[in-house]
Ligand binder design. Structure first.
Ligand SMILES: Cc1cc2nc3c(=O)[nH]c(=O)nc-3n(C[C@H](O)[C@H](O)[C@H](O)COP(=O)(O)OP(=O)(O)OC[C@H]3O[C@@H](n4cnc5c(N)ncnc54)[C@H](O)[C@@H]3O)c2cc1C
Length: 402
């Protein structure tokens, strides 16, 4: 068995590692201030990462799921909020440039905006009543009507819109008012600078991931020009949540993996070197500490292997139920690993681990949302169980759409 990463993934991991070191010093202040560290995003832009998700024929790096996992796994160890926020840009650009139902000319235009002009794109898909336990609730209620110039007029409320305030465009889905099919959506890039039509409500005062500023956005009759209307997606839940598992939620799961590895790294470094009064050996020799570290490191490594297997599946066999199943199990494993980490690692780390300047405390807060972010760990277990039993997940009550 050879579990080596391919050449591109190794290269991207190295870029991610270097950038992690560069963005890490801004993380504490950004967290404290609930501010998007724009200099960190500028560093990602300078390193060429804005085009990571865009295919090489459109001028991008063509980083697919394994290479992207290798990147965010590293980035998140520097600043998890920046990694998670930037992952939304990856989601937006990769889907916008890749989905077969989208207009080829608009794809080229989006690629040029990102690669030539350095545009940053957020991906607000959730709405105030979306529940990460119920995939069906991600079907948008934001509506689009046709505008006279061939573009769109968009109205509604988006919620948890990471990095919206730093972005130039928002990659969004809306319910087209001209369609009778309630599961059909139209995708587009909304220019965010429309103060008459778009108002951000600063509600993002959270425990962790504070620097993502995943705020509420009220949109009233905002304009999307024709050249930014990507096209339709039919049967949204199947085609987005199941078929695009690797991109739509696999990417941010990779950020939480990196974060968990960062926490294990912190514990290893600190407990492996700290010496208690009157003792010659480091604390790590205490059997309670070494078994706690052994357990959490094992759980996180298992989750890492499952994440890479899911990403490898996505890249080699493509979208489908098998790939979605692999991601569901990997996300569940990661949530369980994080549960152990929070319980055992924090008790082993002791009070020193909870001192803000030491760094572990922020990671502990940031990692809290891993099990919550869609699909919620319970939803992962439910869906993974159905697929394991050969049952049809589309028949699950949680996937029902009104
Ligand atoms: C760090 C972070 C970044 C994110 N970034 C993005 C992003 O960029 N784009 C994006 O699309 N999504 C983003 N999300 C949102 C995420 O995808 C989910 O949509 C989000 O977690 C909401 O699901 P939930 O179950 O946690 O919601 P909750 O808000 O807990 O809602 C769950 C259910 O409870 C109900 N409910 C909510 N509030 C109340 C109340 N006061 N009283 C009674 N019932 C209530 C809701 O109707 C819903 O059915 C982000 C989430 C996190 C944690």
């Amino acid at each position: 068995m050879d579990f080596q990463l391919d050449e591109q993934s190794l290269r991207m991991a190295e870029i991610g590692k270097q950038l992690a070191a560069e963005i890490a010093p801004r993380a504490a202040d950004a967290d404290e201030q609930r501010a998007i560290p724009t200099e960190s995003f500028a560093a990602l832009r300078s390193a060429g990462l804005y085009g990571a998700g865009i295919s090489t024929d459109l001028g991008g790096l063509g980083a697919r799921s394994m290479a992207w996992l290798a990147t965010v796994e590293q980035l998140a160890q520097g600043d998890a909020s920046t990694a998670l926020g930037f992952n939304m840009h990856y989601v937006a650009t990769r889907i916008a440039a890749e989905l077969p139902s989208f207009d080829p000319e608009v794809k080229k235009h989006v690629a040029a905006l990102v690669i030539d002009d350095g545009a940053l794109i957020s991906a607000p898909l959730s709405e105030p009543s979306s529940s990460s336990l119920l995939p069906g609730t991600f079907l948008p209620t934001v509506t689009a009507t046709r505008a006279a110039d061939g573009g769109l007029r968009v109205s509604g409320t988006k919620m948890f819109a990471s990095i919206w305030e730093a972005s130039d465009y928002a990659f969004m889905f809306a319910r087209p008012d001209w369609s009778d099919d309630p599961t059909s959506v139209i995708a587009f890039l909304l220019p965010v600078e429309q103060p008459e039509h778009i108002v951000v409500e600063d509600v993002w005062h959270t425990l962790g991931m504070r620097a993502t500023r995943s705020n509420k956005v009220n949109i009233t009759d905002a304009h999307v020009p024709a050249e930014l209307v990507l096209g339709p997606i039919d049967d949204f839940v199947t085609n987005w949540i199941v078929a695009q598992a690797a991109v739509s939620w696999g990417g941010y799961t990779g950020c939480y993996l990196g974060l968990a590895e960062g926490m294990v790294g912190w514990l290893t470094e600190n407990l492996g070197t700290r010496t208690a009064k009157g003792y010659a050996q480091p604390m790590g020799y205490h059997p309670t500490i070494s078994s706690a570290v052994g357990r959490v490191a094992t759980h996180v490594e298992a989750a890492r292997l499952m994440m890479y297997q899911a990403a490898w599946n996505a890249d080699t066999t493509g979208p489908g139920l098998g790939t979605c199943h692999a991601y569901l199990k990997a996300k569940l494993m990661l949530a369980d690993a994080i549960g152990r980490l929070v319980e055992l690692g924090t008790a082993a780390g002791g009070l020193n681990a909870l001192m803000r300047p030491r760094g572990y405390e922020r990671m502990l807060r940031d990692v809290t949302t891993a099990a919550i972010m869609p699909p919620n760990a319970y939803a992962c277990a439910e869906m993974a169980g159905l697929i394991t039993m050969g049952l049809d997940p589309s028949q699950a009550p949680s996937l029902a759409t009104a």
